[in-house]
Design a protein around this ligand. Structure first.
Ligand SMILES: [Zn+2]
Ligand SMILES: [Zn+2]
Length: 332
């Protein structure tokens, strides 16, 4: 089954789509390649072959941590990211089914908020533990046993071994500026709060001061109720399908709060994009497309609107696709 998935055209196309629609899509690896055109993406799908595959080293860069030290980040090439996305497609249903019910890092459909809720549940009782041990394993991913991984991870071990041996290349393209430069560049003093992570946008405010984007403090964020994900919930198990549908719905309602028309659009399309039929979620994002263009007299009425993924929307316009409103699948 995993073999079939990682060798199928559909799996490869989905993998390329994943890595060309996420936030890092414009950040290249050591080969300086990004896939920005439909043509490049199509050639990429055909290139995703196991035969003769040799991953490139990671491009290692450093980003500042809030304590003034630097954190190393490894950036793979697009083709290696796509290959990893392809094999994740086959691995994740297995790992999600076997994983600890209360682990939250790097898990599908689980978030920091779920981990916080679980901490609260475990710590709020009178009889709860009084001490918490927080461990940060030094160089965890550098030191972890490769032979253990190859023996225990249920994936294509030939490919896994190649990734483990890929290594990295230090990127000295951006000269090392030192902690002081980074502090001056990214951390700005604010009243009563030092070390605020922020960057100038280059614009000016109405008062003529530089407009800054700043990282918000957790305590600045209004408390919003979060329902913790059920420990045994598995997004790949059909028995949990309606459970996750409700959660996606809640998240979407949060993202669309106060926008009843959009929620209705989303539900009428059975939560799917009308171009690719894949689900639209708060995480994928969405655009609202006018079936009859506004410049041609199309209105903002519900009957003239459809919800699509941002990339699918670009396709409608660049390829001049005609779309139709699907018949609502739900009763009134
Ligand atoms: Zn779509
Ligand atoms: Zn449009």
């Amino acid at each position: 089954m995993q073999w079939l998935l990682t060798h199928s055209f559909a799996g490869k196309a989905l993998a390329v789509r994943r890595v060309t629609e996420n936030h890092g899509k414009k950040t290249p690896g050591v080969d300086k390649v990004t896939w920005s055109t439909p043509d490049a993406k199509y050639r990429a799908v055909k290139k995703l072959s196991r035969h003769g595959y040799a991953p490139r080293p990671l491009r290692r860069i450093y980003i500042p941590k809030s304590n003034g030290k630097m954190r190393a980040l490894g950036i793979p090439c697009m083709v290696d990211r796509a290959m990893q996305a392809l094999h994740l497609l086959a691995l994740e249903p297995v790992s999600e089914t076997c994983a600890d019910s209360h682990s939250y890092g790097f898990r599908r459909d689980r978030s920091t908020a779920d981990a916080i809720e679980q901490c609260f549940t475990a710590l709020a009782k009178k009889t709860s533990s009084q001490w918490i041990l927080e461990g940060d394993i030094r160089a965890c991913f550098d030191e972890i046993s490769h032979s253990w991984l190859v023996t225990n991870v249920p994936t294509d071990t030939v490919i896994l071994q190649k990734w483990l041996k890929a290594g990295y290349i230090e990127d000295r393209q951006n000269p090392w500026k030192g902690a002081r430069w980074i502090r001056a560049r990214y951390f700005h003093r604010e009243v009563a709060r030092h070390w605020v992570f922020a960057a100038d946008t280059g614009e000016l405010t109405a008062e003529g001061k530089p407009r800054r984007l700043k990282l918000r403090k957790a305590s600045d964020v209004p408390i919003r109720r979060h329902t913790q994900v059920h420990g045994n919930a598995n997004p790949f198990d059909p028995a949990w399908e309606s459970y996750f549908e409700d959660r996606y719905g809640l998240k979407m309602a949060n993202a669309l709060s106060g926008r009843g028309k959009l929620i209705r659009l989303w539900l009428d399309q059975d939560r799917a994009c009308i171009v690719c039929q894949q689900r639209i979620t708060a995480a994928t994002g969405w655009h609202v497309h006018h079936i009859v263009r506004r410049v041609d007299g199309g209105s903002d009425a519900w009957s003239n609107l459809v919800m699509v993924h941002p990339d699918c929307h670009r396709q409608i316009h660049s390829r001049g696709l005609t779309v139709m409103k699907p018949a609502p699948k739900r009763g009134l």
